[in-house]
Unconditional design. Sequence first.
Lengths: 157, 446
Amino acid sequence: MQEKSGEGPGFFTSKLEHVIGWARSYSNFLYPFITACCGMEYMSVASGHYDIDRFGWGLTRFSPRQADVLLVVGTINHKIAPILRQVYDQMCEPKWVVAFGVCTCTGGFYDNYATVQGIDTIVPVDIYIPGCPPRPEAVLDGLMKLQAKIENQRQAL
Amino acid sequence: MSIEDSGRETRSMLLNIGPSHPSMHGVIRLITELEGEKVIKVEAEIGYLHRAFEKSCENSTWTQAIPYTDRLNYVSPLINNFGYCEAVEKLLGIEATERCKYIRVLMSEISRITDHLTCIAASAMEMGALTAFLYLMKAREFLYEIIEEVTGARLTISYGRIGGAKGDISKETLDKLDKALIKVEKEMSEVDKLLTRNRIFYDRTRDVGSLTQEDALSYGITGPVARASGINYDVRKAFPYEVYDRMDFEVPLGERGDCYDRYLVRMEEMRQSLRIIRQARTEMPGGPINVDADGKAIPSFDMVDQAKLGRTADLLGAISKLEPTLEGMERPYQDRIMPKDRTVVLPNKADTYGNIEGLMNHFKLIMDYHGIRPPAGDVYHAVEGANGELGFYVVSNGSDRPYRVRVRPPCFFAMAGLHKMLEGYMVADIVPSFGSINMIAGELDR
């Protein structure tokens, strides 16, 4: 849609963007990249007691090509780092990455030769959820923050 | 006429499974060679979760190594904790108190149940039984609530201490535990009804992934996998540690060593663990924890605040309320779970803040290059982990840091013998077979 003044998007484009953002934030397909301990808490979040499905995160896809959000759960060491990058590259745009647990955020207390000191050295990260492992409530909070981010960001159409 | 008879050339196909695959619990890579749908060769590649556990332990003090042990088998961290602590205790030549031993047994068995619940839940889910997964996760959550109340954390608890445990269990918690166990039992019987006589489940697991007794022995496989093959070996019975010799429980054995037998063994072990928990709970020595306030009880955080300001005159005989997060605050209770040896056990916080002897004792145990110093020597101590014999081989050269902490992870041996369980079966059988072993990458790769 061509603008006369050339300043910012027009009425329809901005409304459309808003609608798309709203829709995208509530229909996320997750790809859980589970490696370690945090996977136990992911299982807790995903099942009955905490029920991730209430927030529109229910559908887990085990193929990166069908997923929107990459949930990196657990320690990433140098051997699995290239695989994480490959999985990220296989995902279609638009895509988001959640660093689940302190190992993925900074390497945590595994400050040694084997562990990658934060996955943001490999893939861009949207939301960091610290904790070793984070409580399910913290995970839900982090995912809701990601929803807000998705909703308010500029949508690639 | 089959292809082999036709004289035409046949070629096998290589299929890579993992390391990022939904049915590979944790991370492991299987390189399989297929003939049609039949698996003829399997090679497992490990190391995708190598976190330098042993090296990290060498660089930390004896006490600082405890959190690393949590993350070995993260499905049953309490057993790892106590295993390491008992190994170091053996090296030091000290013994935990009676009550602490009962607490360790009780908490270990809770942990064992959570591990088996997770294993059955995950392997059932991979076969399509999502309902069983949700039920068992519900049951696990009831136990996590108890664990959280006792230790202060849900999963990575760091509850064990060299010479004892972090905190005592209150009577209220034990009452809650009773209620939780009933709820867990209910969920378990529900899943038992859903799975045990389920035609689909039975067909997918019966005579699938069989492991003969000889193979299990020669690969050094222990735990439920070996017991399903008929090997009567349980560390709790063979080399009783803590107070397992006083507990009345049975070791379930399988006959065929297939996935179905492993499932049955795990289910029965959970029932036996429930029995042990109930025995430990009733036989546990020591009276109620929360004594009458008597007008003198003050919240523990108040006690710390006052002590920081130097107002310690009233604190010496004071009784504080039990709080699992403030370790050692409970002067009357600490002696019940920690031995008297002050060269190993931290003084309670009232002493640390209240008098110079307590402060010095704390300093000598916490500061770098002081710490616990076991005599030079080595020791091997094994506990029955949820997946089999979990051994700690600890070497000391007399310094404040371990010279070596070697772990004998039960999964490692199961992975060495994995090809015996997968070769000759179909590709689809890899998933239930692999699920029934309960491979935990944390302890496999360390």
